[in-house]
Structures are given as structure tokens and as C-alpha cells.
Design a protein around this ligand. Structure first.
Ligand code: BGC
Length: 379
């Protein structure tokens, strides 16, 4: 009933005052307990369509909710913060019953989340933690610190300093590496970098790994909005500023396949192709199809696979719990402090994929087809 009022009247101020007068219990936007799925709408706000993973996430969440009969309002914000804010405002005024949000800037949505709380709409933070707000009810993600650990280990394995089983490798170094991190406004970027740097520290301290540019702080190596072109430009600048003395790059810590492709392009343009100037070990994340092809072709070394189908499942489980006025089951209630509170979380495991794992991990599980890997594009 309330939903119909809101849809008819619109406007956050009205939504807020109606919800405040309605006396509904916590959790669930309105009388959702026992409601027919077809009468319930889940707002799903995704950051961008420039990266495959978010398209896969959006589609999976939508399909899984629709299969259960729910209505889904899926929006992509083109990596523009005001667009995402407006889209969420609109979901609230149109009477969404639950919000699932993957934020562009984790600190920019406090106003929207307050409006959601006033309207008693539960908020599930999807993959990226929303910060500085008490109104985040649940977090579904992967173990983001372990993503960084996996990336650093993959770099060590690629260089021969470590074997896949964690034992000491046959290489001695020293090796020149460069570091990249994601967007500073994405909470995950900090977890990835922390996991990686904790793992690389003993090698950096021992001089086995050297960051020739000297740029080792996250603020120096971060790439705003995870943009491929920005990563390419930074790699080009590093080659000019730090490797024009004949020194060679041996490895690059990259936290995302899109960045890895930019980095690889810069390296290829500078003559890193084979022979004496062979392509450095480049890591990645997300098992994007173009990068899986590069791994298959021996150009990129590895990626960290996060099965977005499983994440979508967890988002659906959490949304349904809130609709039934229950608390979703968390498996971590310690790690994700958003600056105001520790947000109960459900974290999924991650898997490193080298060339040898493409078949068993990505193709056999139906995540990608052999044709897609060969072509380097989806579909
Ligand atoms: C996600 C990564 C993704 C990155 C860029 C992060 O928040 O956790 O999977 O590579 O955003 O889209």
C-alpha cells in the first residue's frame, strides 16, 4: 500500500514523512513480510558498464531475483557519482523494498542511505563497502584482503620466487617491480593493496624485489575510477622516468584486469614482447574475458577469479531475509568497519587462475566458454 502512495506522490521529503508515520518495524520497506514477490521491488544500483564484471553482476542479481518472482529496478551509473545518487533517490521515491548497491565512491551516498533508513528500506552493500553511514544493513563481498594476498603470491610465483604451493622457488632475484592500486574512493582498493603489500614486504625489505620508481604508497600508485587508460599512461610515465637507463621491469602488481590491459599495452609499445625484453609478470583480477585470452596466450600471467554468480546468490539470500524481516546470516562480523559501525558481512573465497587453470576453473564451471576465451570477447 505504502509503495503505491510513494509511486504516485514521489519526492524524498514525502517518502520520508510517510514512512516515519507508518510505524513499520525495522527491516523491509513496508509490509513486506508475507507479501507476494510480484508486489516487491528490489533496487539494484551498479557503478558502471565499462567493466564486464559489473555487467555480469547486474545481470546475475536481476535474473536470480526475477526467477523468484520479484520486480527488479537495475540501474548503471556510468561511473558518475551524481548519477548514482539520483538513481538511488529515484528507487527510494518509487518505493523500492530493498536496495542492493555497489557504490562508485563509498563515501558519497550518506544522504541517500539516510533517506532509505527513514523509509525503512534495508540497504545491502554489494561488493564495495559503503562508508561513513550507519544505514548499511549488510555487506556481501569476497575476502578482499585475500585478493591482495593472492595477487602478490601470483607475482612471486610468476617471478619464480615462490612455487604455487607456497614453498620457496628457484629464482633468486633481485627483480624490478612496479605497483598499481585501484581507486582510492573504493574501500576494496585499500584491502587489495594491504593484502599485497603485507605479502611482498619481506621481499622488499630483503632487496629481492625493488620498486625502481620508488612509488610504494597507495596514494602514489592508485588509479582513479580503475581506468585502463590512466593505468596505461602511468606505466608509460614510469618507463620514461625510471627505466631509461637500460633497466628492465620484471613484474607489475596490478589489482584489476582492466588496468592490466592498459599496463600491458604500455609495455608492448615500449618493446616488451619477448627475447631479452620479455613481458613482465603482470597480475590481475576478475577473469575478464579479454584478459583470460591474454593469459591463455602467455601475455598476462594470472588473474584472481571472483565468481560473481555466487555473490549474486548471496545478495538474493540477504534481500529475501530482509523482506521476511529476518537478519541475513553473516560469516564475518569483525572486519568491515565502515567508519561508523562494523557491518555484518558474508564473504566469499577467491581463486587464482594461471594459464593451466583456465579450463578447470573458468570453462568447466560455465563462467566462460572455450570460444569466448579463444576470441577474447563475451558472447
Ligand atoms: C571490485 C573488483 C573490480 C574493481 C574495478 C572493485 O571494487 O571488487 O572486482 O576489479 O572494483 O571494477
Amino acid at each position: 500500500m505504502r509503495r503505491r502512495f510513494l509511486a504516485a506522490l514521489g519526492g524524498v521529503a514525502i517518502a520520508v514523512s510517510l514512512a516515519a508515520c507508518s510505524g513499520e518495524g525495522a527491516g523491509g520497506g513496508g509490509d513486506t513480510k508475507g507479501a507476494e514477490p510480484g508486489d516487491l521491488t528490489i533496487g539494484v544500483s551498479m557503478p558502471t558498464q565499462t567493466s564486464e564484471r559489473w555487467i555480469a553482476d547486474g545481470n546475475s542479481v536481476k535474473e536470480k531475483l526475477q526467477a523468484k518472482g520479484y520486480k527488479v529496478d537495475l540501474q548503471y551509473a556510468g561511473d558518475e557519482i551524481p548519477t548514482q545518487s539520483q538513481q538511488i533517490d529515484q528507487m527510494i521515491t518509487q518505493g523500492a523494498d530493498v536496495l542492493v548497491i555497489a557504490a562508485i565512491d563509498g563515501t558519497a551516498l550518506s544522504g541517500q542511505l539516510q533517506a532509505a533508513a527513514n523509509a525503512k528500506i534495508p540497504v545491502i552493500s554489494y561488493d564495495r563497502l559503503i562508508r561513513n553511514s550507519p544505514n548499511v544493513d549488510f555487506y556481501v563481498s569476497f575476502d578482499n584482503y585475500k585478493v591482495g594476498v593472492a595477487q602478490a603470491n601470483a607475482l612471486l610465483v610468476g617471478l619464480g620466487l615462490q612455487n604455487k604451493d607456497g614453498s620457496k622457488g628457484s629464482a633468486a632475484g633481485p627483480f624490478n617491480i612496479e605497483l598499481f592500486a585501484g581507486s582510492l574512493d573504493d574501500n576494496n582498493a585499500h584491502f587489495f593493496f594491504a593484502g599485497a603489500m603485507d605479502t611482498l614486504k619481506p621481499y622488499l625489505d630483503a632487496g629481492t624485489l625493488k620498486v625502481k620508481s620508488g612509488q610504494t604508497k597507495i596514494e602514489q600508485v592508485a588509479i582513479l575510477r580503475w581506468q585502463q587508460e590512466t593505468a596505461q599512461k602511468r606505466m608509460e610515465d614510469l618507463l620514461t622516468s625510471s627505466y631509461n637507463d637500460g633497466g628492465k621491469v620484471d613484474g607489475v602488481l596490478s589489482p584489476f584486469d582492466g588496468l592490466s590491459r592498459g599496463i600491458i599495452t604500455a609495455l608492448q609499445n615500449a618493446g616488451y614482447r619477448g627475447g631479452a625484453k620479455k613481458m613482465p609478470v603482470v597480475t590481475g583480477q576478475d577473469a575478464e574475458v579479454a584478459s583470460v585470452k591474454l593469459i591463455n596466450d602467455g601475455v598476462q600471467s594470472s588473474t584472481v577469479f571472483k565468481d560473481t554468480r555466487l555473490l549474486a546468490d548471496q545478495a538474493v539470500v540477504a534481500a529475501e531475509a530482509f523482506l521476511k524481516k529476518e537478519q541475513p546470516k553473516a560469516n564475518d562480523t569483525r572486519t568491515y568497519d565502515n567508519g561508523v559501525k562494523v557491518v555484518p558481512s558474508f564473504l566469499l573465497p577467491v581463486q587464482t587462475v594461471y594459464k593451466d587453470d583456465i579450463q578447470s576453473v573458468l570453462i568447466d564451471s560455465g563462467y566462460l566458454t572455450a570460444q569466448e576465451v579463444a576470441a577474447g570477447r563475451a558472447g
